[in-house]
Design a binder for this molecule. Sequence first.
Ligand SMILES: [Zn+2]
Length: 403
Amino acid sequence: MPNGATHSKITQCALESCGFQAIGENSALVHDYCRFPDEFYGPRRNEIAPYTYMRDGIQFHYPPHTPYEEAYRYWNADENGRLFHSHKFVNYNFEYVFAGFQFHFSRIIACLKNNEGNEARKFLGCLVHMLEDSTFGLHALEGPGGADAFVLDRMADSRDFPVRPSYLAAQINSDDCQAPSYTPHSLGRTADEAAMRLYAEYVAYVTDSRKSLFSFILKANDGDTDACSRLNQRMFDNAVKISADAIWTVFAIAAEGKDTTPPPCPLTDMEPHVFPFGGFRPYRYTAFERNFAVNMKDEQIPLKLLLPEGQQEFQKGLSFGTHAEGELLFWIAPGSFDGTRLKIGFHPDLHFGKANLQIINDDTVVDEVVLDDMAYTTTINPRNLFGLRFTSDSSAGCICVVG
Ligand SMILES: [Zn+2]
């Protein structure tokens, strides 16, 4: 829950990591525009409203959280005992935040290209404010994989927590924080690609800040000021880095001739907005794992697939457990990944049955296979709605997706 001075400090550090000075035409961004969302409900409402994204009655400030409970709550069984989902899972966080990122990127880039730099910086101020609130302080509890900001207050017994967790979190501030050493990178060549990659970064940074926040509250309760200082700085670093990437990207896309190719990364570094939950035993309380699999002893093990050339381990990819049915879906900006070699299969050490697999691309089923020992492979240009649907026995095993 950063105050105005903290928003200004994070924004200034982010600008400076991009090689921009926080003076001149950027001065108002640092000292005023990046505070707009907090001032929307005050006397400046009409001035700020044109730069404020609203959807479903929610200001682009404190977005809805991912309803993980929907992924395990809504199951039913037919007359043959076959389980099926009784309610379509909607990732409200993705629907809201991704549309908000598209809104801001498209307007900021259009204004910059139209030599309306001041207008662009007002939209940019609203965008970085939301990123800063989401990664620094109490609001990291919300959003992707989160809950409301006061969930810990309801869980903490006052005998163990004489000071409520939300009050302990209020100790988080930027007074002693140092600017991290960081080189920002492009999030994409277009507003849509930038929104896609920013969403993946947003989930990763918010998740890290949430863990840091939780540890901060426990350490603050124990009076461990050194640990609190370290965790406070970590959240500050996250806020600066994600804001810097957003700032670098919009100015680079708007500039003529600037190379905005993002750093190469596998497709599976993007964030799926629909995912299976509570599958095959080691995955019974989780959705999916990134860059490792989980064995029957709940230990992390390398991703592995059986390919025609033999078994192969992978550093990057996703793993999840089978259930009666499930989906793993991404939204991929067209042109972001060309000719990706996609591999989907059972982990050879965690394979006990078969699965029926549908491959989805561009909102269409493009292939259907029965998955058994050998991994399914294809070369694909992923675009729009992309991913897979499966049905199987719930104990069929662990599926790894590499690409
Ligand atoms: Zn705020």
